[in-house]
Design a protein around this ligand. Structure first.
Ligand SMILES: Nc1ncnc2c1ncn2[C@@H]1O[C@H](COP(=O)(O)OP(=O)(O)OP(=O)(O)O)[C@@H](O)[C@H]1O
Ligand SMILES: [Mg+2]
Length: 222
């Protein structure tokens, strides 16, 4: 499903160059849930963001579901992302002045495969799975950190894309909600054949995954 080969990314800040990721090769199949672990600053988000086509690599190749999406224009790239990835970013990237319902709906508005009449049902199903169905009418700005995190997760599930990319999706959650989220993601992988990549600092999350990728100083270690 995902084949990333020899990905490389450096950032220049002033006179310094930081090599955030070097020579990273990752493959992930359908039905697999893979944890990406490593110390802060080791390149986990950069790797995930390159695979998710948000950060362009300096070099290397990415193939998603048999196609090589690099080199498309912004619009094609956005459409490709929406068709393939449910994304949970490290900062949640929610619209704080909008309701929970509107936030979860957002990717549906860009999705070409889910008919409009199905939006409401999908949004309620995703919200129910994350136990925030009673919050759909609230504005995101009044929610707790853990509730916000669950809105971001519901939004990543609502289009039911083949790949879910999650950057620390359980960092703000209590143990019960964390375990619920991991169970939902595992079920998407194992029962529906989705591919899940999850960055985590939590060993109890990594332990439940099918496989663990470890990063240190921008390099994938054995
Ligand atoms: N936009 C950027 N500009 C400059 N440097 C960056 C940028 N993004 C990341 N870096 C640097 O690249 C390195 C890897 O960052 P990255 O965010 O991938 O780490 P991480 O493993 O996700 O860390 P954390 O666990 O803290 O989220 C770090 O040294 C970071 O400072
Ligand atoms: Mg990160």
């Amino acid at each position: 499903m995902i084949a990333a080969e020899a990905l490389q990314k450096s950032y220049r800040t002033g006179s310094d160059t930081v090599c955030a990721v070097r020579d990273a090769t990752v493959s992930a199949d359908r039905g697999e849930m893979i944890a990406i672990v490593g110390p802060s600053g080791s390149g986990k988000s950069t790797l995930l963001n390159m695979i998710g086509l948000v950060v362009p690599p300096d070099s290397g190749r990415i193939t998603i579901d048999g196609t090589e999406p690099i080199g498309r224009n912004d619009r094609q790239c956005a459409a490709f992302r929406n068709a393939h990835f449910g994304y949970i970013t490290q900062d949640f990237a929610l619209l704080n002045d909008e309701t929970v319902y509107a936030n979860i709906r957002l990717p549906l508005l860009y999705n070409k495969t889910v008919p409009r009449r199905e939006h409401k049902r999908r949004i309620h199903t995703a919200a129910k799975a994350l136990a925030i169905e009673d919050k759909l009418k609230r504005r995101v700005s009044v929610l707790s950190g853990g509730e916000r995190q669950r809105v971001a997760i519901a939004r990543a599930m609502v289009c039911d894309q083949p790949v879910i990319l999650a950057d620390e999706p359980t960092g703000s959650l209590d143990a019960e909600n964390r375990d619920r989220v991991v169970s939902i993601l595992l079920d998407l992988a194992h029962s529906k054949g989705r591919t899940v990549l999850i960055v985590t600092h939590d060993s109890s999350v990594a332990e439940r995954c099918d496989r663990v990728i470890r990063m240190k100083d921008g390099v994938i270690t054995p």
